[in-house]
Design a protein around this ligand. Structure first.
Ligand code: HEC
Length: 148
């Protein structure tokens, strides 16, 4: 009895969250959302990049925080590329070749998860390696799916 109540309320919560995430008032709102996420993600990714390039000092805790933010944000843009949200700097191929786009987004999320793992452990060599791979994953998708 109790357990089924818990399961039911968990399901209700998921439904609420799911619909809040899936819905945008219109295409402009979706474009605004994904561009905002990319902008903030890129900012925190860039802070890690500065350390990797030796332009900023390596502070393990700071870097770990930035990597966790990037990892969290890396999950968010994709829900805002739904049908009917064409526009912004996204090429039409996002929708016409959606399987490839999806696979590029998954590659990047995995690469960023690796970077986050390295960052949490504080191993700078590994941070450099995984940062490079993550940067490649950004660029690979931009080459195919983002207007210059
Ligand atoms: C699977 C594809 C894909 C991946 C991976 C990807 N991006 Fe993007 N990115 C896009 C697309 C498409 C746009 C254009 C969005 C729009 O204008 O609607 C974009 C836009 C941007 C923008 C511009 C936002 C604006 O306000 O115009 C930045 C900055 C950015 N991405 C950073 C990154 C970074 C950093 C990474 C990697 C950590 C990354 N992206 C990974 C597809 C991707």
């Amino acid at each position: 009895m109790k357990l089924s109540k818990i399961v039911l309320s968990a399901a209700a919560l998921l439904t609420i969250n799911g619909s809040a995430f899936a819905q945008f008032q219109n295409a402009e709102k979706a474009v605004e959302y994904r561009q905002s996420v990319f902008t903030v993600m890129s900012n925190h990714f860039g802070r890690i990049g500065a350390v990797v390039k030796g332009e900023a000092p390596f502070n393990k805790d700071e870097l770990a925080k930035n990597a966790a933010i990037v990892a969290m944000l890396s999950n968010l843009p994709w829900q805002a590329f739904g049908p009917g949200t064409e526009g912004g700097k996204a090429k039409p191929e996002v929708w016409s070749d959606n399987a490839k786009f999806k696979s590029a987004s998954e590659k990047m999320q995995l690469a960023v998860a690796d970077l986050n793992k390295a960052a949490q452990s504080g191993d700078l060599d590994n941070i450099k390696k995984t940062f490079g791979a993550a940067g490649q994953a950004c660029k690979a998708c931009h080459d195919d799916f983002k207007k210059k």
